[in-house]
Ligand binder design. Structure first.
Ligand code: ZN
Length: 605
């Protein structure tokens, strides 16, 4: 029965993909013969229902990807390809939904108690293994290969076929210089030349806005973002950037460390392709140890963690044959989907417990460091690192790996990040309505808030940005602030009708803290959303301020005494007219209270 269906599918699909030259050659051949020829081609490629050619080092174009998902949609009533908002190049972002029945309404699916697994592909289009693997997986699960369809009984799988559509369309053999196959791929920057895997919190791209809507609508339990790395060379086709355990509340951190991550490695290693943590090495030679990478909220996995979604990235190894990259990625998706389905109820309960824990937290970490005293010893299959290999290109010595010298070693894996700074969790943030770009982002994620009904003076805790540094060159369209130092003050500030009062004790508490605490790594402040407070507005003229300054000194004898004292103690000040006026301006009531005052107020009581 299944076989007959497949034959029909092969026939239908293959006609679409047969090159025109082949069609003209075949003209006049009787239709039965044509059918047999086409089926034989399909079977020899072992590509199932779709015309995937990863075995031939070919990854599909954007149009081919969408066409293949459309075919799956047409052929299977329990699968649907949906358009979900736009991307920067004007083309829609697609979401492919697979359920056990023709039900695609999120609410209805949630009410059935199913878990949601989201897979994102092509965020870096030069890293397309996940695009092929997801297509193959969707095809296999929908035609119930190896009884796979039962996965959908407890879990809905939603796939973003290609996330950076503009990048994928920018296709060339000369993207991704470290890659020999597939022969052509897309480009890392999207249509706006943004790296979309740095855009999850600043959300500059239309792609990210559409993604935010998908994410808050579906609230995935598990999230996978597929990548390929050109880091160190070793014997593995696939590596894992894990869900960062430290970024989760205790109940989830324990689950990730003790259950989930060991399960992934054990399951993968019992199958064809072994899995190793992403080889984040200290030196070129991983024998000297590797560290768990902890990607913050600007990255996909860190973004997911803010919503208690177990998010991770696979990093295929660029130096392995493309078919192995696709098949190992496929194997990972299979393991992840099986586990999600078998544990769907537990995972959902765990997330609910995690959210409860987060909503009760008193302190929130805003900085971390890798703890060099905590590590596991893991088995690592590498190639000997060689410092003085002769380059066939330049004839000069270079660093490299000698593939004729494979080894298996026990190496250190530093797997714990510890907080180095925390801040107290307020009850509310107060956000002036003038920050419309921030409010727009809150709305994309369905953040709950109320608006002031009247102009009101509120006593709030505010931060002054005492120090910060920014790069001379922009980074992904921003002058990201490094090394932020702040000081808090309690002030009475006038707010206006329509300003936002945002309760922190809501399910998305971690998003609010990450985005509104200015020192948090990917906060709105860091990404320049509040830069208007960083320079003074009025200041003074060296000539025009004279009269007022003189009068102020005469009216305030104590202030005047302090001014004279400062002048005596500082000879430079004593010699400098403008510096003395500045001293008066910045230490008197003329001081601009809004200068460097971070405008988001905190209410603790
Ligand atoms: Zn990548």
């Amino acid at each position: 029965m299944l076989k007959i269906q497949n034959n029909i599918c092969f026939k239908r699909i293959h006609i679409t993909f047969v090159p025109s030259i082949l069609i003209s050659m075949m003209k006049g051949i009787k239709s039965t013969l044509l059918f047999l020829l086409i089926s034989a081609t399909a079977f020899s490629q072992n590509s199932g229902f779709l015309n995937l050619k990863y075995e031939e080092n070919y990854t599909p174009t954007y149009d081919e990807v969408i066409e293949m998902y459309q075919k799956l949609d047409t052929h299977h009533e329990n699968a649907r390809l949906i358009e979900k908002g736009l991307t920067d190049c004007g083309k829609p972002l697609h979401l492919f939904v697979m359920n056990s029945e023709p039900e695609f309404d999120v609410e209805a699916i949630r009410n059935q108690g199913k878990a949601v697994l989201l897979i994102n592909n092509g965020i870096h289009p030069g890293e397309p293994a996940g695009i092929d693997a997801s297509l193959q997986f969707a095809d296999d699960i929908l035609r119930n290969k190896k009884e796979m369809a039962q996965i959908l009984d407890n879990t809905v799988i939603i796939i973003i076929p290609v996330y950076s559509i503009g990048g994928h369309l920018n296709r060339s053999a000369y993207n991704r210089s470290g890659q020999t196959t597939p022969y052509e791929t897309g480009f890392r920057g999207n249509y706006a030349n943004l790296d979309l895997n740095r855009d999850f919190t600043k959300c500059d791209s239309e792609n990210a806005r559409s993604f935010h809507k998908i994410f808050s609508e579906w609230e995935p339990d598990i999230f996978l973002d597929t990548h390929t790395t050109n880091g160190s060379d070793h014997q593995y086709s696939i590596t894992l950037v894990p869900p960062p355990p430290t970024l989760f509340p205790p109940v989830m951190e324990t689950f990730l460390r003790n259950t989930f991550l060991p399960m992934l490695y054990t399951e993968m290693n019992s199958r064809e392709y072994e899995l190793i943590p992403y080889v984040n090495y200290f030196y070129h030679d991983p024998k000297q140890g590797i560290a768990m990478s902890q990607e913050g909220p600007r990255y996909s996995s860190g973004f997911a963690s803010m919503f208690h979604t177990i998010g991770m990235m696979t990093e295929n190894e660029i130096y392995k044959p493309y078919p192995d990259r696709v098949k190992s990625c496929y194997q990972f998706i299979e393991v992840l989907a099986e586990y999600t389905s078998e544990n769907s109820k537990n995972i959902q309960e765990l997330r609910a417990d995690g959210i409860r824990e987060s909503m009760a937290m008193k302190e929130f970490p805003v900085a971390y460091k890798l703890d060099s005293t905590q590590f596991q010893i893991i088995e690592f299959k590498g190639y000997e690192a060689v410092d003085e290999q002769i380059s066939p290109v330049t004839g000069l010595p270079r660093f490299g790996y000698d593939k004729s010298q494979p080894y298996t070693a026990q190496i250190k894996y530093l797997d714990t990040w510890v907080p180095t700074e925390t801040v107290p969790v307020p009850k509310f943030y107060v956000l002036p309505q003038s920050y419309r770009e921030v409010i727009e982002r809150l709305n994309l994620l369905n953040i709950q808030y109320s608006k002031l009904q009247n102009d009101t003076v509120l006593e709030v805790t505010v931060d002054y940005i005492d120090e910060f540094t920014s790069p001379a060159q922009p980074y992904n369209g921003h002058f990201y602030h490094n090394k932020v130092k702040t000081r808090s003050e309690v002030q009475k500030i006038k707010y206006y009708r329509g300003d936002l009062v945002i309760p922190t004790r809501q399910e998305k508490i971690k998003y609010l803290l990450e985005m509104f605490e200015p020192k948090a790594e990917d906060s709105f402040f860091r990404w320049n959303f509040f830069d208007n407070i960083l320079d003074q507005r009025e200041y003074f003229s060296s000539y025009g301020f004279e009269e007022n300054a003189l009068k102020y000194l005469e009216d305030h004898p104590e202030f005047k005494a302090n001014f004279f004292k400062a002048r005596e103690q500082n000879p430079e000040l004593a010699k400098n007219h403008r510096a003395q006026l500045a001293w008066i301006y910045n230490n008197s009531e003329w001081k601009e209270k809004t200068w460097k005052r971070y405008p988001v107020g905190r209410i603790f009581q």
